[in-house]
Structures are given as structure tokens and as C-alpha cells.
Design a protein around this ligand. Structure first.
Ligand SMILES: Cc1ncc(COP(=O)(O)O)c(C=O)c1O
Length: 384
């Protein structure tokens, strides 16, 4: 009898993926390419800014290529402390903790700020890292309808006195719509729940000078409010952070497993993020420009008959009729010299496939025009 390989099941799964048009492949990326890039999350065009790359290189030369261990074991550099202080101050929170990614930041907050007998409410459109954080949390998790503070209030009402955390993307990564944070915060306050907002897509884009969605809503530093961030989008680097009251950050240092048992963020990433943050402080118009470009992309794409959600930040999401059509659309754009993102299930909880354009503050008028022309020319027929 033929010996079975214990991973034979992966062939079955690959066949299912192929039939559903959901195969993902890694494409080689050269250091320099001619593509117009509207697929990356480099909203402010800082990932290759000489001040940012120079600071990253200097940090590696001074502190080493890696952090060499958990910051609780090998010590915490002054560079990490500077970034935490400046991030907290910029975004309007008392304190900050930097972790190795935005993903790790969400896992940290969702596991360490919930209790086994507690309650966790998560918006149906939340990012995968929040979904995974909810799975790791021991609290009872309830997925609430997208952007529906009334549904949150109704779910909270029967649980007075229970330790509760409500979690939402501040700007949703798939459609680029902003959460109703003001209403959510009011509901949380009324029911004694804490609010965690993931501002991965708001930092550097929303709020005065890019201070983020929470600052824009007047919620930065408010009691009961915590934020997570990524350093890998508008700050062009890598890493994540949690912002909140000092006592919450102290608790995370002692209880968050993705902080305690994870190697600290690499010095180059810390140095790069710090330089980008200082640059943003100096050039706040970058944030306004990213929003302006997003609005312009949306206006022209919908003007050409495409269906796109009005962007609240810099994510412009355009609907595709099927996963296969989305893949073909993105591929045709690429052939024509434009990189766009392609979102299909399971990355999209509502099962609707999309291509996604990210507005960048450094796009020229000519590039915006070229991008729109390419997307429109490559668009599938509606019933495809
Ligand atoms: C809303 C949201 N949260 C968290 C993350 C994860 O951040 P990172 O890439 O730093 O792990 C992302 C990134 O894709 C995101 O879009």
C-alpha cells in the first residue's frame, strides 16, 4: 500500500483554492521598479525618504541589526524610549509601548486587557489581527455588526459591571471607511466598557497634522480609551505600538505575551519610524495631501462609473464582481504599469472582492490621472 504523506491534504486545499479563484502567490520584487505603486501602505511616501532610511541605517550601526532579545531580558534602548515618548505625545496619549508589529500590538492589547470572565465586542469588519486577538483572548467574544453603535449598546446592556472591551478599526482596512468612534466612545462610557481603536490607517492621515483618528475625534488620552498603531504604513517603517494611560501600558509590560516573549523591535525600524514621525511633525501638510489624493481618486473613479466607497482616510476601495475578476483587474493594471491591491475572501469578511488603491501624499497630478485611466481601462464588465 502506498505510504500516505501527512501533508497530502494540502493538495486538496490547493485544488479548492484554485477552483474558487483564491490562489495567492508571492511575486518577486526588484529593488527598483517602473511601476506606479498604489498597492503599498506608504501613505506619506516616507519609506524611501533619505532621512528615514538614513536614520534606520544609523540606528542599525549604533545599536545592532537586531534587538537581540525581549526588551525585558536584554534591556530597552534609549531609542525605543524616545520613540515611545514622541509617539504618545504626538498622538495625545499619556504613554506608549512599541512592539514588533501592529499585529503583535493587537494581540497584546486584546489578550492582556480582557479577562476570562469578561466580554469582548468586535466589529464584523475588523482586521485579521484583531480577529486573531479575539480568538486568543479568554473573554467571551461577540462579533457586532459593522459600524453600529446601537448594536454595541444593545449587546452591552445586559452585562453591567462585567469587565468589557469594545474593539474596532478606527479606519477599516478593506473599505477605508472610518468607525463611528465618537458614538462608540459614548456607548462605552455609558456602560463602563473600555474602547480599543486600531488606528493603523489613521495615523499620519487623519487629525491635525496626521495625529490620528482618535485625536480627530477628541478621544486621544480620554479615560477608558486605548489605541493600537502600526509603524509600517504612514511612518514607512516596521513595528507596532499601543497608546493609553500609563498604568495600562505598565500592565501590558507585565502581562502582554507578544511583548514579553517577543524580541524587541529592531533598532533600524525604531530609528526609521522616529525619523518619519519627526518629519511628519515638520511637514504636516503631507497628511492633508494624502486625504486630498484619496478624494481625487475616488471622485474620478466613481465619475467613470466604478463603484467605490467614499474614503475617510487614504484607502480607496473599488468593488469587483468576483474574486477572479478582481485578480484579473489587478493583473491587467500591473501589466499597464500600475500596482494596486487585490482583496478577496478570506481577507474580506463580507465576501465582496475589491481592488484597493492607496493614496500617497507624494503622487503628482500626472500620476493620479495615469492611475485612474489605467484602472478604468482595465475594469471588468459588471456581470463578469
Ligand atoms: C487595521 C490594521 N491593523 C493592524 C495591521 C497590522 O500591522 P502590521 O503590518 O504592523 O503588523 C494592519 C496591517 O495590515 C491593519 O491594516
Amino acid at each position: 500500500m502506498k505510504q500516505q504523506d501527512p501533508f497530502d491534504w494540502t493538495d486538496d486545499e490547493a485544488r479548492h483554492r484554485a477552483r474558487a479563484g483564491l490562489v495567492r502567490t508571492l511575486r518577486p520584487r526588484p529593488a527598483e521598479q517602473d511601476l506606479l505603486d498604489l498597492a503599498s501602505n506608504d501613505y506619506l511616501g516616507l519609506a524611501r525618504h533619505p532621512e528615514v532610511t538614513g536614520a534606520a541605517a544609523d540606528a542599525a550601526l549604533r545599536w545592532g541589526a537586531g534587538a537581540t532579545g525581549s526588551r525585558l531580558v536584554t534591556g530597552s534602548t534609549t531609542l525605543h524610549a524616545e520613540l515611545e515618548r514622541e509617539l504618545a505625545e504626538f498622538c495625545g496619549f499619556e504613554s506608549a509601548l512599541v512592539l514588533s508589529s501592529g499585529y503583535a500590538a493587537n494581540l497584546a492589547a486584546l489578550t492582556a486587557l480582557t479577562a476570562r470572565d469578561g466580554l469582548l465586542l468586535s466589529d464584523a469588519g475588523n482586521h485579521a489581527s484583531i480577529v486573531d486577538g479575539c480568538r486568543l483572548s479568554r473573554a467571551e467574544t461577540v462579533v457586532v455588526p459593522h459600524a453600529a453603535p446601537d448594536a454595541v449598546a444593545k449587546t452591552l446592556a445586559p452585562h453591567p459591571g462585567r469587565r468589557t472591551l469594545v474593539v474596532s478599526d478606527a479606519v477599516f482596512s478593506v473599505d477605508g471607511d472610518a468607525a463611528p468612534l465618537t458614538e462608540l466612545a459614548a456607548v462605552c462610557r455609558a456602560h463602563g466598557a473600555a474602547l480599543l481603536a486600531d488606528d493603523a490607517h489613521g495615523l499620519g492621515v487623519l487629525g491635525e497634522g496626521g495625529r490620528g483618528t482618535l485625536a480627530a475625534a477628541g478621544l486621544a488620552g480620554a479615560a477608558g480609551v486605548v489605541a493600537t498603531l502600526t509603524l509600517s504604513k504612514s511612518l514607512g517603517s516596521q513595528g507596532g505600538a499601543i497608546l493609553g494611560p500609563a498604568r495600562v501600558i505598565d500592565h501590558l509590560v507585565n502581562a502582554a505575551r507578544t511583548f514579553i516573549f517577543d524580541t524587541g523591535l529592531a533598532p533600524a525600524a525604531v530609528g526609521g519610524a522616529l525619523a518619519a514621525l519627526r518629519l511628519l511633525r515638520r511637514e504636516p501638510a503631507r497628511a492633508d495631501r494624502a486625504r486630498e489624493v484619496a478624494g481625487e481618486l475616488h471622485r474620478r473613479l466613481t465619475g467613470a462609473g466604478l463603484t467605490a466607497v467614499r474614503p475617510d482616510a487614504a484607502v480607496v476601495s473599488v468593488r469587483a464582481p468576483s474574486p477572479e475578476a478582481a485578480v484579473r483587474w489587478a493583473a491587467d493594471c500591473r501589466t499597464a504599469g500600475l500596482a494596486v491591491g487585490c482583496f478577496r475572501p478570506p481577507s474580506v469578511p463580507d465576501g465582496v472582492s475589491r481592488i484597493r488603491l492607496t493614496a500617497r501624499a507624494d503622487l503628482t497630478e500626472r500620476q493620479i490621472g495615469a492611475a485612474v485611466r489605467t484602472v478604468v481601462a482595465a475594469a471588468p464588465e459588471p456581470d463578469q
